[in-house]
Ligand binder design. Structure first.
Ligand code: ADP
Length: 329
């Protein structure tokens, strides 16, 4: 799995939450088969299959005993090895719990049980856009349009509430049973309310391939919600081509390409996708080194890429398209 991950460039920057030994330990210890909420009229969940593992959490399916509804249960050890990780998790819970939108993973509740915190989330049974691109190599234009439109709606909602996600990448775009995008993993999210807040936001965070130039350059005086628009440009490029635009062997090389805005579109013969100029123009609008000049989600959805003469946007997607290019009827 590792080499492909590197190719897709979805690994976090080395300065952010390293894979902790406790996370792997966590995965090694099987979770309890039943967990209960602490209140008097406590709900019980039976823990099912393993869903995935992140920097510090492990996810399992969890079935609510009362009605059989299935959720994703994110399990995090209450005692974290680093204070910083604990703080991050607290921010994640604080921000994510206030979000409610059709294209954002729904947060239901969080509670402590034995030595762990359990976060009850909407289950996304169809993996992530990253898994899909890995299997398919690249996505068709109608699929890219549909995902971008949904992504813009979710990001618009976040930005209106002064939230910057700061880690938008294909691996954090989960897919529900109807193949709708669900933005997840709020581990790096932050509230940015004012210019003063923006100036304080100068910690290096995110995933190298998706990181905006102003995050790399502390002298630029912090960053704003516009970092997410840069990531949208990277995501759009990667869905169309199968690899992120600033892909390189080392983190330093990636950062150099980001600062110099060095990226090339594949030649038509190398790529199974025909990529229209409208798509290239949209990506280049998002990948603007000057953050204020990047479009807002509302501008993006008005872009000609979404209303080209043959630019259909599918109303439904079959989950089979995780593995095979859909045939449009
Ligand atoms: P971390 O915060 O530690 O990075 P993530 O939130 O990325 O953890 O979750 C780890 C993994 O668990 C994901 O890569 C994915 O495979 C799985 N996962 C997370 N949330 C969901 C969900 N809502 N539905 C299904 N699987 C999920």
């Amino acid at each position: 799995k590792a080499p492909m991950d590197r190719k897709m460039g979805d690994k976090p920057a080395t300065t952010t939450a390293p894979k902790s030994s406790s996370a792997s330990k966590n995965h090694a210890d099987p979770p309890p088969s039943v967990v209960t909420e602490p209140e008097e009229d406590a709900e019980r969940y039976s823990i099912g299959g393993f869903l995935g593992k992140g920097g510090f959490a492990v996810c399992y399916e969890g079935t609510l005993a009362r009605n059989g509804r299935v959720f994703a249960m994110k399990v995090v050890k209450s005692q974290m090895p680093q204070k910083k990780m604990e703080e991050k998790f607290r921010t994640e819970l604080q921000i994510h719990s206030k979000m409610r939108h059709p294209f954002i993973v729904q947060f239901y509740r969080a509670f402590a049980f034995e030595q762990s915190t359990y976060v009850v989330l909407e289950l996304c049974p169809n993996g992530s856009v990253m898994d899909m691109v890995r299997k398919r190599r690249c996505l068709s234009l109608p699929e890219v349009r549909r995902f971008m439109i949904q992504l813009c709606a979710g990001v618009k909602y976040l930005h209106k509430r002064f939230v910057a996600h700061r880690d938008l990448k294909m691996g954090n775009l989960f897919l529900d049973r109807n193949m709708n995008i669900k933005i997840g993993d709020f581990g790096l999210a932050a509230m940015i309310l004012s210019d003063k807040d923006a100036k304080r936001r100068n910690t290096l965070c995110g995933t190298p391939n998706y990181i905006a130039p102003e995050v790399l350059d502390k002298s630029k005086g912090g960053h704003t919600q516009k970092v997410d628009i840069w990531s949208l440009g990277v995501i759009c490029f990667a869905m169309l081509t199968g690899y992120p635009p600033f892909q390189s062997k080392t983190q330093e090389e990636i950062y150099k390409k980001v600062r110099n805005l060095t990226y090339v579109w594949p030649k038509e013969s190398e790529n199974s996708n025909f990529i229209p100029d409208e798509a290239k123009d949209l990506v280049s609008a998002c990948l603007n080194l000057v953050d204020e000049e990047r479009p807002d989600p509302d501008d993006i959805v008005e872009h000609p890429f979404f209303n080209m003469y043959d630019g259909c946007i599918p109303r439904q997607l079959d989950p089979a398209c995780r593995f095979n290019k859909p045939i449009w009827l």
